[in-house]
Write a protein that binds this ligand. Structure first.
Ligand SMILES: CC(C)(COP(=O)(O)OP(=O)(O)OC[C@H]1O[C@@H](n2cnc3c(N)ncnc32)[C@H](O)[C@@H]1OP(=O)(O)O)[C@@H](O)C(=O)NCCC(=O)NCCS
Length: 156
């Protein structure tokens, strides 16, 4: 089942975020964003949160801040993403964007297969982000050095 984050789920959602991302701060394009108050949806089965998408809205645009699914390849990630897309459409957003890093080939695959396009590459963004969040590792998925931020967009 998918639920919207509300005051009753906030503590559990924040604990989930901390487990996934070490802290409640998500650093992208040189900005530290506090996820502890972000809007979003979570998937909940067997009395546990097993997936979460967070986002923020600015100027008719949705930025997806995080998307995590613990139970891979069962449809939760797609369901969470679709929920956010539906929300963006409903409130009149014309674009959804998200940032991932160059090592995250799975995110590049997952999002492109769901209509997102790669639109920008930020060459030194991860160095800048690391100054704000030193916990960002130097080596990421598949032992690929994490160097670049990549922006993807979905035009609605
Ligand atoms: C990217 C991520 C969110 C995907 O979550 P997920 O729950 O595995 O996503 P889904 O199950 O919806 O889809 C994954 C694949 O499983 C397949 N799948 C879905 N339901 C399935 C089922 N019941 N049986 C078999 N396969 C299934 C889908 O077809 C999909 O394949 P495709 O992407 O090649 O089309 C997840 O891998 C993740 O949390 N990654 C780490 C965090 C991260 O990188 N986040 C950034 C995302 S921007």
């Amino acid at each position: 089942m998918i639920f919207k984050i509300d005051s009753t789920s906030r503590d559990a959602v924040n604990a989930f975020i901390t487990r996934q991302w070490v802290t409640l701060d998500m650093v992208v394009h040189g900005e530290s964003i506090d996820l502890s108050t972000s809007d979003g949806f979570y998937s909940y089965e067997n009395e546990e949160i097993n997936g979460l998408i967070t986002y923020r809205i600015k100027d008719n645009e949705m930025e997806i801040l995080s998307l995590d699914s613990l139970l891979h390849n069962k449809g939760y990630g797609t369901e969470l993403l679709n929920k956010a897309i539906h929300k963006a459409r409903n409130i009149g957003c014309h674009r959804i964007m998200l940032i991932t890093t160059n090592d995250n080939l799975n995110a590049l695959r997952f999002n492109q297969k769901r209509g997102f396009n790669i639109v920008k590459l930020y060459r030194n963004a991860v160095d800048e982000s690391r100054k704000l969040k030193p916990q960002i590792p130097f080596v990421g998925m598949d032992n690929i050095p994490i160097r670049r931020e990549i922006e993807l967009e979905l035009i609605l």
